[in-house]
Design a protein around this ligand. Structure first.
Ligand code: IMP
Length: 190
């Protein structure tokens, strides 16, 4: 089975292709533009990205969408995690806004959630979810990873953040790793 991948981010693409070993995974063709993520849920957005690729290429496509859900913020930033501090916000600005929003807050529980989808031209789809529970630290720690990694400490890892882990450690625990391993399993039975 062969899939076109929605993510144009080379790090994420390599990570996903490694998990979907056994399947042929092609990068997104450069002429296919980014999709506006206008959905109200992670699943809506993942499906929008996959649908755009299927329509443009006529091939099965794989897409995902991720959000950071903070308990004390009622699940925010959630589906708007990439633009929490505004459209085009940097990772640093998003993290600053998050730390400010949780200033003095004792309940620091949070989870990353990824929805992954494989969509076939005739409309069949496989949808999976991956979750990692953890806490938002009070300050940045570590220099690896991206996004909210410096302030997200997954549960049961002694308070270390994703940014203090090797890529292999993070992939083993992460929301995206879990969602795509479940997708690889789901695709075996399609
Ligand atoms: P996307 O759907 O994978 O593009 O993720 C949306 C936003 O969530 C990104 O812009 C990041 O801010 C954040 N994010 C997604 N995955 C991760 C991760 O593994 N670590 C830290 N932040 C992430």
């Amino acid at each position: 089975m062969r899939f076109v991948l929605a993510s144009a981010n080379p790090d994420k693409a390599a990570e996903i292709a490694a998990i979907l070993h056994g399947f042929e995974v092609l990068p997104r063709p450069p002429e296919v533009p980014d999709v506006d993520e206008t959905g109200e849920t992670l699943e809506d957005n993942a499906r929008l990205k996959a649908r755009a690729l299927v329509d443009a290429t006529g091939q099965p496509a794989v897409a995902d969408d991720t959000g950071l859900e903070v308990t004390a913020l009622g699940g925010a930033p959630g589906v708007v995690s990439a633009r929490y501090a505004g459209v085009g916000a940097t990772y640093a600005a998003n993290v600053d806004k998050l730390l400010a929003a949780l200033e003095g807050e004792e309940d620091r529980r949070a989870r990353f959630r990824t929805v992954a989808i494989a969509l076939f031209p005739e409309g069949r789809e496989v949808v999976t979810e991956g979750v990692v529970e953890g806490e938002i630290t009070t300050e940045r720690m570590g220099s690896g990873g991206f996004g909210y990694d410096p302030v997200f400490a997954p549960s049961g890892c002694g308070g270390r953040t994703f940014a203090q882990m090797t890529p292999a450690e993070k992939n083993t625990l992460s929301h995206r790793g879990r969602a795509f391993r479940a997708l690889a399993e789901g695709l075996l039975c399609v």
